[in-house]
Ligand binder design. Structure first.
Ligand code: IMP
Ligand code: MG
Length: 173
């Protein structure tokens, strides 16, 4: 049986989303702003963030696979669902749920660079720096978390637990 332990409660998440939205609003309010969410984990965070932002933007999603259904990344990245909106000349903010090894973001940054965007920055709700393999600079960060498996607020373990309002650590007993 899995045991869940709250790491960051929903009130703290809401405060954090408000703080990130304030920073991003100042930086993007008069820009050709495109937000790209990495599916599936970022969708809850992104939904809250765009409503806290209150500035015009367009958004799209990309799905890249690195995890399969296990807890360990395979290290091999594949685009499962590509972007459908113009990226050239636009100011892009990538929305990620959690940066772990950094392999997914490193791949995505390389992929986007070929499409000549005006700029690309990263907004991540969570950072798990202890397992980093590729250096990634996070421009807007919510929380740094320990080397534990995290679920809730969009994040899953084997497609489960995305619906939880709090960010939790999952322990297997
Ligand atoms: P990276 O390429 O290793 O940085 O992997 C990033 C992706 O792995 C994230 O977008 C998540 O989808 C997934 N991931 C990494 N750590 C966790 C975790 O603790 N819980 C849930 N998903 C995770
Ligand atoms: Mg993800």
């Amino acid at each position: 049986m899995e045991k869940l332990e709250i790491l960051i409660n929903k009130e703290k998440i809401a405060d954090c989303v408000g703080r990130l939205a304030e920073q991003i609003r100042e930086d993007y309010r008069s820009k050709d702003f495109l937000m790209i969410g990495i599916l599936k984990g970022s969708f809850v965070f992104m939904a809250d963030l765009i409503r806290a932002l209150q500035i015009p933007l367009e958004l799209d999603f990309i799905q890249i696979s690195s995890y399969g259904s296990a807890k360990k990344s395979s290290g091999k990245i594949e685009i499962v669902q590509g972007l459908k909106i113009r990226t050239e000349g636009r100011h892009i903010v990538i929305i990620e749920d959690i940066v772990d090894t950094g392999i997914s973001l490193d791949f995505l940054l390389g992929y986007l660079a070929k499409q000549n965007p005006a700029s690309v920055r990263i907004c991540a709700l969570l950072d798990k720096p202890s397992r980093r393999k590729m250096p990634v600079s996070i421009d807007y960060l919510g929380f740094t978390v320990p080397d534990k498996f995290i679920v809730g607020y969009g994040l899953d373990y084997d497609e489960q637990f995305r619906f939880l309002s709090d960010i939790c650590i999952i322990n297997e007993n």
